[in-house]
Ligand binder design. Sequence first.
Ligand code: NAP
Length: 330
Amino acid sequence: MFAMIIEETGGPEVFRYAEVDTPAPESGQVLIRVACAGVNPADWKNRQGHLAQFRPYVFPYIIGFDAAGVVAAVGEGVQNCKVGDRVFTPTNHGQGGQGSYAEYTIASADRVAHIPPSLSFAEAAALPVAALTAWQGLFDRGGLQSGQAAMIHGGSGGVGSFAVQFAAHAGARVAATCSTPNVDYLRSLGVERVIDYRSEDIEAAVRQWAPDGLDYLMDAVGVSTLPRGLDLVRAGGTFVSIPTLVDDGDITAAIAAAQDKGVNREFSIMDDNACATTLEEIAGLLQRGAISLPPIKEYDLRDVVAAHEVLQRGHNRGKLVLCVADIDAC
Ligand SMILES: NC(=O)c1ccc[n+]([C@@H]2O[C@H](COP(=O)([O-])OP(=O)(O)OC[C@H]3O[C@@H](n4cnc5c(N)ncnc54)[C@H](OP(=O)(O)O)[C@@H]3O)[C@@H](O)[C@H]2O)c1
């Protein structure tokens, strides 16, 4: 198969389009012919070598967590999907497998969800990591409840675009931060109080909107951009950070400070718990029009450098995907 590989970590110039062995599914695994691969900030950090703290890099190495495509083969014991099914998945890349910037990728069957007919491959590829991270951070780790005052710091990005909508759909009052060009975008997603961090003081805006403090805060940007986040959350509330690998501060000290204040403090790394069922639930919300897709910019796989450069600048609205193969309209 052809894949976008790296043979060393580094800048975007390390990408090379090359022929490599096609993987074969082991027991319990699914081989997916990739139509589209989603792009996440973790991908450029992965390319730079930041995942070395979790696992060794074995070259040639294929980046990419998110994939949407068609089941090409199944390993022994797989029952939830069959050859030809349209599926999407966060793949096995987080577990050490090769990634999705390739014609074929592998995912364990419990990480594979079916794409509803109303979603294209590009739309489905935009979902897994961003939407699951938002969902788990709000509900599984955050216990967000209807009627609570919730703020998403970084509302216009991949995680934030889903988080603000899931929170509003769950009946929370939602505030979110963004830069000036994204204010109208966040209003269109149902955010009650959009805080333009370029022109407003975040703390003053939150105090005015939620005088007793936030019930829930998600930081989906990084601690250096919200150093006094804990001050915004009421005692008994919840403060969830989405770990960034590059701007997480002193996690032990942050947990201790939150304990002193009586705030539930979580650092929510996306996990595989109920991954496929949650993805299908999210796809159902989209299909019913309960939430909408963020803007999705599509790039050819060979233009991966441009996609990484956009995402690495840190101000993309919505999601980016790489089109790998024209299985049907990608
Ligand atoms: N550990 C995990 O399991 C996990 C999973 C998913 C994501 N993540 C991490 O979570 C972070 C967000 O991911 P993502 O996919 O949402 O990234 P993204 O699509 O690049 O979005 C980042 C957003 O941050 C906003 N932003 C930048 N500077 C800001 C500032 N000073 N104040 C407020 N907002 C600011 C930008 O909005 P504006 O242009 O409006 O400023 C941008 O839309 C990344 O670091 C990613 O690696 C971790």
